[in-house]
Design a protein around this ligand. Structure first.
Ligand code: ADP
Length: 515
């Protein structure tokens, strides 16, 4: 299923469940409203009518008694009217759609009413032509039935009231039941909707995380990975395209490395012979030189040396990448290594008008390392210090034991070192332009050069990347910081004890291993 389809399905499921819950809720509200309507119109009318009947019985008794006492035909007419009113109300009651208990009560009321009528004399028999005592006697039978009639009406009132409260209870329990149902349906909708959304998010997050990791690896120029391409969703297609891109980049990288390695190698021999011939000319082998010729030849030799350093950096890089670099680790006096390297650079620093001072320990500082490689690291750092400083600047090289990594060391460098006791700290500080804080880490990437407008010393951005590989192969760390008050300070921290065997960084071999 595609990612878009997964998101659409989970959203549709959620909407469906919520619509179902809402419809159910509406149906319940509708039912409750109908039941309330029934109570307020039908049942309440029934109760009111029944109470009116009860009152009407009193009125009928009153009219009958007045008629018997006075023999006044007006009361006879009133009695007839009231009897008709009662009967018409009784018919209306019988037409109501009522509960069984109410139906039985209405039935009984009808029966009692018929019995009462049967005992009640016709209003004409109670008129003034008959003696009052006789009228009272004739009325007596009917009045005797009034008690039963009343109790039948009261029974109906009680039944109607009871049914009213039953209906109220039924409506209340329906409300509570529907509330529970609605809550349950909403809970189910919410839960299953959340699960569906969480599944959709997970389905996106996992491949996305793998793609982010892979992008990071590509940024570090490491191509030895393959993303999973199962399934038919967009991520599977993207992963397949990503794998293809990484393969192409790896091939390009290989081509670039081979080209660099071959070109540098091919340049090395003719450059060496040019340099050699210039030196012979300078020695006067081909005859005496004018001052101008000597100056031009010396400039050529200096250019050849610069070119030679560039070529050896390119070759070193390709050896590191190809994994054909070997380390010969043994205990060496790092002070002596530093002294020798400082001496190599001293003449060039002097020519550039720079003051090169060193603070190196007099007593031997034995450190397990490959002296050539550590010498090369220091040479690169000093070359840069000379290259990026202006005349009149000061370059300082120092070496000392460090019981622990220094406080200003970046966190990631701290994580990279192998701590097995004490360390030695080698520093090269200059008063050049310094490296902007945002670029202090990037300058250790291959071919990266700090941005500082046009002009400035030439270079390819390989020296520091090589330094980092060489230092890390010794279990150490290298980083850049600011020198005070101006310039940059490069620090190299090396373990003073024997480094444990560690996986070699990109292409480098572990200590003592031969290609
Ligand atoms: P390159 O010197 O050939 O450019 P590096 O890898 O030696 O390559 O240095 C990378 C970048 O770091 C340089 O381009 C430069 O911007 C910066 N850099 C290195 N050393 C110094 C220094 N001592 N002072 C100022 N910037 C430096």
């Amino acid at each position: 299923m595609t990612v878009a389809a997964r998101i659409a399905t989970s959203a549709a499921l959620l909407i469906l469940l919520l619509v179902a819950a809402l419809s159910y809720h509406l149906a319940v509200v509708h039912r409750l409203a109908a039941s309330n309507r029934a109570i307020s119109t039908h049942q309440v009318r029934l109760v009111v009518l029944t109470l009116e009947q009860l009152a009407m019985i009193d009125h009928i008794e009153e009219s009958a008694r007045k008629l018997a006492a006075t023999g006044d035909p007006g009361y006879g007419e009133q009695l007839t009217n009231r009897i008709m009113t009662f009967e018409s109300a009784l018919r209306r009651l019988s037409s109501f759609d009522v509960a069984d208990s109410e139906r039985a009560a209405i039935h009984r009321l009808g029966g009692e009413w018929r019995r009462f009528l049967a005992q009640l004399p016709a209003p004409g028999d109670l008129l003034s032509g008959t003696a009052p005592a006789e009228r009272a006697r004739r009325l007596g039978g009917g009045l005797a039935r009034l008690g039963d009639l009343r109790s039948a009406a009261q029974e109906l009132v009680a039944a109607a009231n009871q049914e009213l409260s039953h209906q109220g209870e039924r409506a209340e329990s329906a409300r509570r039941g529907s509330e529970r149902w609605v809550l349950a349906v909403f809970a189910v909708a919410l839960l299953s909707g959340s699960v569906a959304v969480a599944l959709a998010i997970r389905a996106i997050q996992r491949p996305l995380r793998r793609l982010i990791e892979a992008t990071g690896r590509i940024a570090e120029q490491s191509y030895d990975f393959e993303l999973e391409t199962h399934g038919e969703d967009e991520f599977a297609r993207l992963s397949a395209a990503f794998n293809e891109m990484a393969k192409r980049l790896a091939e390009l990288d290989e081509v670039k490395r081979n080209l660099l390695s071959h070109v540098s190698h091919e340049l090395q021999t003719p450059l060496a012979s040019i340099q050699e011939s210039h030196l012979l000319l300078l020695d006067g082998l081909a005859g005496p030189l004018t001052a101008e010729q000597r100056h031009l030849l010396e400039l050529d030799v200096a250019s050849c040396e610069r070119l030679g350093r560039l070529i050896s950096n390119l070759l070193e890089r390709s050896r590191l990448d190809a994994g054909s670099l070997s380390y010969e680790i043994a205990e060496h006096d790092l002070g002596a290594v530093a002294r020798a390297t400082v001496n190599e650079v001293a003449a060039r620093a002097e020519e550039a008008g720079l003051l090169l001072v060193s603070d190196l320990p007099r007593e031997p500082l034995l450190v397990p390392c490959d002296r050539e490689r550590i010498g090369q690291v220091l040479r690169n750092l000093l070359d840069n210090a000379v290259k990026y400083s202006s005349a009149g600047g000061r370059i300082e090289v120092s070496l000392r034991m460090a019981p622990a990594p220094p406080a200003g060391m970046p966190e990631h460098s701290r994580a990279a070192i192998e701590n097995n006791g004490a360390f030695v700290l080698l520093e090269v500080a200059d008063e050049g332009p310094g490296v902007p804080a945002a670029e202090r880490e990037r300058i250790f990437e291959r071919f990266y050069r700090a941005q500082r407008g046009s002009g400035g010393p030439s270079g390819v951005g390989l020296g520091l990347a090589i330094c980092r590989d060489l230092v890390e192969a010794h279990g150490g760390a290298i980083w850049a910081s600011a020198n005070s008050p101006v310039g940059s300070r490069f620090q190299v921290l090396l373990p003073a004890g024997v480094p444990e065997r560690r996986p070699a960084p990109a292409g480098a071999l572990a200590a003592g291993e031969q290609p």
